[in-house]
Design a protein around this ligand. Structure first.
Ligand SMILES: O=C(O)C(=O)C[C@H](O)[C@H](O)COP(=O)(O)O
Length: 213
């Protein structure tokens, strides 16, 4: 693994909002809402056509660390990185995508749901995986079990992670951060409900630091 990757792990913080943005013109107001709520990293999914433009907009800000999510192909990884993505997240493990990110020197957090997939990530030189879909796979108990043989691996559980579940996941030393759409759900973004998103961000930050969810 590269030094770049290691040194950037901490930059995503403890809570990574997973964003589904339908209209790229929402990106800046959304960035403001998240930053105001105490979050600085965000994963913009490529589930929507606006994803790349939203990444480009957020990458232009020095108060936001933006990554790309739902990256399924090497070409999407390259386009995201060209748009300014500082990290790449994938739902499963694709060697071509991992390689494209490594060649670009950009951290990649591939999805892993089984010991075999974690082992593939380790074999590719990685030490951080997205554990997806976390809650459906057995949640914190499953990560605890999987982390026993993979001592150096850190997990970003994502999928079904509510604010109330954040403390349980972050209590595990193997958990680097949690990912969730719950901080800024697509309907709140589309409805431009920035105050509510800031409140949700604040609640997530409080939950992550051991305060009330
Ligand atoms: O499209 C992707 O690759 C993803 O990023 C999947 C998301 O991480 C989860 O769907 C988030 O799950 P929820 O927080 O339960 O909504």
């Amino acid at each position: 693994m590269t030094d770049v990757q290691k040194s950037e792990h901490a930059d995503i913080g403890k809570v990574l909002p997973v964003l589904v943005i339908e209209d790229a013109s929402h990106a800046n107001a959304l960035g403001d809402a998240l930053v105001k709520g105490g979050l600085r990293a965000a994963e913009v999914t490529l589930r929507t056509a606006a994803g790349i433009d939203a990444i480009r907009t957020l990458a232009g800000r020095d108060d936001v660390i933006v990554g790309a999510g739902t990256v399924l192909t090497a070409e999407q990884a390259e386009r995201s990185i060209e748009a300014g993505a500082r990290f790449v997240v994938t739902p499963g493990f694709a060697p071509t995508v991992v390689r494209a990110c490594q060649e670009a020197g950009v951290p990649v957090f591939p999805g892993a749901a089984t010991a075999t997939e974690i082992q593939m990530a380790v074999d590719a030189g990685l030490d951080v995986v997205k554990f997806f879909p976390a809650q459906q796979l057995g949640g914190a108990a499953m990560i605890k079990a999987l982390s026993a043989p993979f001592r150096g691996v850190r997990f970003i559980p994502t999928g079904g992670v509510t604010t109330a579940l954040i403390p349980e996941y972050l209590a595990l030393p193997a958990v680097l951060a949690v990912g969730a759409t719950a901080v800024a759900p697509a309907d709140l973004i589309a409805g431009e409900r920035w105050v509510e998103i800031t409140t949700r961000a604040e609640q997530a930050v409080a939950a992550a630091s051991g305060g009330a969810a």
